[in-house]
Ligand binder design. Sequence first.
Ligand SMILES: Cc1cc2nc3c(=O)[nH]c(=O)nc-3n(C[C@H](O)[C@H](O)[C@H](O)COP(=O)(O)O)c2cc1C
Length: 378
Amino acid sequence: MSGEQGKERPNKLKLGIFGANMDGGMTATKVKDRFRLTWPNVERVARAADEAGFEALLPMMRWKSMGGETDFHGTSYEPFTWAAGVSSVTDNIGVYSTMHIFAVHPLMAAKHMATIDHISGGRYGFNLVCGWFPPEYQMFGIPMPEHDERYAYAAEWLEVVDRLWTSDEPFDFNGKFFQLKQLQMKPKPVRRPRIMNAGASETGARFAAEHADMAFIGVLEHESEQQKRANVDRLRNTARDEFGRDIEVWSGAWVLCRPTEEEAQAEYRRVLVEEGDYSIIDSMPPGVVPPLDDMPKEEADMMRAKLLAGFGSIHLVGTPEQVADKLEAMSAIGLDGIVLTFVDYEPEIANFTANVMPLLEQRGLRNLRQEARVPDPV
Ligand SMILES: Cc1cc2nc3c(=O)[nH]c(=O)nc-3n(C[C@H](O)[C@H](O)[C@H](O)COP(=O)(O)O)c2cc1C
């Protein structure tokens, strides 16, 4: 009932599952055994993550396909309704929606969120996205505002939502973007839903520091451990020093774990090198793909693989020991949590739970689970 918010002993390293509302999840591959989007599959993933003690189920919102042979991200479930459905089949895990704020009025969003918070018994949270892809704004017939203006709009949007969640009396709202009369909303959420934001720019990071409970940061593999830690510290300290707030800092990782390194590398070759849907790179929006032709071949290949798997996040490929080592290193730079993606979620959550989770427990990053299902490694 309580999700991570109610846990007495939070895990030192929290874990989430990212993208289980998208066909293919976060991996653009043609392999037949990739994640396929059906509601029974979503339910299975949600239950597996819940039983394994994960803290967060985080969907993605994409209105337009990224194209390619697999029509990458062309098929997805809408995150508010997804979160409502997922809430009703889980018991403890935090359930999130991701939504572009231009797509939904704050009055509607506040109501959706309070309702899901009731369905989940206070386990709901919201990943606030300002949007960056002009064709998605065009689908709504809205011109995309300039970058920092999108965050100014977000601050006001969230203020309306917050007042609806907390105000017992009807109120007027007179802002720059919203002029609203006699707002009221009941029921209130069970508790204030946690706000998540993944702004990567200076303005985005400041927005997250001021408004979010969970902020995302990209971890760049080529940086030193010291530099990575400094990046995490800077975000956390901005929240603390400038806004008097304690925030959690999270990142993402794409995981491929096999009993031996050879098996992990062979699977990596099968899923990404041989069967990767590289045609999506040609149809990606400008600005997303770095100038690959100007890079050394090895670096360009790695960049292509990252665009296909996990949308640029770090890759953890190897044995359970190696995956646990890398997760421990991510915790050591100060991260509170990591959202994971896999080629297919359900078998890989089982694999991770059986083989990596015990190592994380031994290293003091996770508390012992009460009653774990321990399936064989895949
Ligand atoms: C974990 C994570 C989830 C995200 N989910 C989405 C999403 O579902 N839809 C989207 O358009 N952008 C998504 N983003 C992009 C961010 O919201 C943000 O627009 C991006 O990091 C650029 O930052 P900026 O707005 O500060 O320039 C996500 C980013 C991360 C790291």
